[in-house]
Design a binder for this molecule. Sequence first.
Ligand code: PLP
Length: 493
Amino acid sequence: MQGFEWISTLEEFEEQSARVTDWIAGYLRDNRRYPVLSRAAPGEVTAALPASPPEEGEPFAEIFADFERIIVPGITHWNHPRFFAYFAISAAPVAVLAEALSAALDVNAMLWRTSPAATELEEVVLRWLRELMGLPQTFSGIVYDTASIGGFTALAAAREALGLDIRELGMTARDLPPLRVYITEHTHSHIEKASLALGVGRCNVVAIPVDEEYRMRSDALRAQLLADLKAGMQPMCIVATVGTTSTTSVDPLPEIARVAQEHRCWLHVDAAYAGVAAMLPEHRGRFDGIELADSVVVNPHKWLFVPIDFSALYVKDPEVLRRAFSLVADYLLTPPLDPSTSSGQAKLGVTHGVRNYMDYGLQLGRRFRALKLWFVMRAYGAGKMRDILRGHIALAQEFASWVRAEPNWEILAPHPFSVVCFRHVAPSVAPEDVDDHNLRIVDAVNQTGEAYLSSTRLDGRIAPRLAIGNLRTTREDVLAAWQLLLEAARGLS
Ligand code: PLP
């Protein structure tokens, strides 16, 4: 009890936590009452907050009242069933509880010893996910916050795998060939950012042309690699995507993997959004060839009901990651004695024969994220998770059929998963105004607060985009969004 009283008594904590869980339950039951897109004006939240922190602690009731009064109106409700923008996500109620437990334990899972359960549960849930996705057992997983960090780490491994001793010697004042990374214009921007951070240089990130369905052309990839090799450049990594951000297009993995193998080039597969669809046997074919990748990223925080943040990186050879990142500082060599060293040679050390996740990436401290995926997997079971994914895909296909059947609306890209790109082309709208017209439609829908959509650009054309991924999204929600789109288009034509 001592120490706890610095902030509140245990009785107060019980009362406060009951209040918070009541609020969360109410929120999850009925967050349709909020406008999906926050109506806050720029600076409004800041203006409502004091310029300096309080000198004296404040009562919980006041803090919570301000949470409701200031913070909630400044929230865009990602966990709302009518959130259809970007990639729609959801926090399963059971995972919200897991987050609370994880915060209470406040584990830093940097070493196995600093919480054996955090490390071992991470290994187990990533094995479960690997099995559900049909990835071969040769892949071993690690959890990061985001696919951006997973992608960065994969690229760092690809660089290490070149054997250029960059870890030791760096990249400056050396006679190194330009290292090349191959993407398409539809690859997510984090790959370019990672290339910047790793000293590859933006000019060495090469966009390979795509076909009419926005998929990387493997013939163009092969030609580019050959030209680069001839010019004395060093291919470092090919990045293929299953489920690109704009359209969810699927790069042809078997053909791309063949090119990667021909040139012994690292193949990274970004399946951040669509990876979980590999759990569905009827969609597994879209992932053919993934087994040939060197690394794969998939985000349960996108489409597997795990609250942000949780991204899984799978690598074929975790040793490459270790080679790239392992660096054990003296202050991490703590008792107990390393049990793997024989007596007489006993020394302080990190425990061997177990995984110390700090060795496999940039960060030392790591949250206990495995808990929330474990709760979700156990609460839903694979069967229910598959049903929900199937439901989302079916809703997206139905939405596409409404768009297709409506005069003056058109579908702009294939829609294999739960995202549809489309647009309105009314005869009353001049061709040069069609982009603007579609942006206005999306804005008009979003301003209603009833639904929230985003847009992208395809072949130079603005494409409104509807993404389904929330646990509680129903057919009525999708229908409501469609009605709002129709009304907005009517009003603006
Ligand atoms: N890869 C793809 C295909 C994405 O669509 C996104 C984000 O939407 C990312 C990577 C980046 O994900 P994260 O926000 O986890 O870094």
